[in-house]
Design a protein around this ligand. Structure first.
Ligand code: AMP
Length: 205
């Protein structure tokens, strides 16, 4: 099953992606995570990407497309995947369409007015990528691996505003793109994590 999960930054995509991948045994391919790993490892690609990411801007398409093509070559992708954070614009969607067929594009529809607050409360694990909110985290440790949770550099309020602007201009039109292809599943992302997950699983049946 080849899936995409779409939604504004802070819409709960990462949390839902983790659950879908566990249940359907799919690799979770997050371009944001892949880029952050390149930054942490000090690769050339990471060095090129960092300034864009710190400003809340999109990393140039050629870098991200090279990253995703290399990831598709890995053996765990042979029975499908869940893409999170890719495609981010129509140029990337066109390239993707030339490589693979998408079965479903899941769109988490959320109230953008609530996002900045949600993201200010987001905490992530730098070791395994687990993400939670400051309200749900029982302490400051990752519940999956025990590492200390952190606030991502680009979850600062000024950067969040720019990320939301970029999202509205470039990623939001992809909802129409996948609707026209007949693979769009729209889910009400304002509900609880479990409820959103149920809506997604019903659509995947
Ligand atoms: P995310 O973790 O998906 O919110 O992504 C964090 C940041 O990584 C974004 O604000 C972009 O700077 C960069 N990024 C992630 N995915 C892409 C993509 N498909 N195209 C361009 N930049 C990306």
């Amino acid at each position: 099953m080849n899936l995409i999960i779409m939604g504004a930054p802070g819409s709960g995509k990462g949390t839902q992606a983790t659950q879908i991948c566990k249940k359907h045994n799919l690799p979770h391919i997050s371009t944001g995570d892949l880029l952050r790993k390149n930054i942490a490892d000090g690769t050339d690609l990471g060095k090129k990407a960092k300034a864009y990411m710190d400003a809340g801007k999109l990393v140039p398409d050629d870098l991200v497309i090279a990253l995703i093509k290399a990831r598709f070559e890995e053996p765990d992708c042979k029975n499908g995947f869940l893409l999170d954070g890719f495609p981010r614009n129509s140029a990337q969607a066109d390239v993707l369409g030339g490589i693979v067929e998408i079965d479903k594009a899941i769109y988490l529809d959320v109230d953008l007015g609530k996002i900045a607050d949600r993201m200010a409360g987001r905490r992530v694990c730098p070791a395994c990528g687990y993400s939670t909110s400051v309200d749900l985290a029982k302490d400051s440790k990752c519940k999956e691996c025990g590492a200390a949770l952190i606030i991502r550099d680009d979850d600062r309020r000024d950067v969040v505003e720019n990320r939301l602007k970029v999202y509205s201009e470039q990623a939001a039109p992809l909802v129409e793109y996948y609707k026209a292809k007949g693979v769009l599943v729209t889910v009400d992302g304002n509900r609880s994590i479990d409820d959103v997950n149920k809506q997604i699983e019903d659509a995947l049946k």
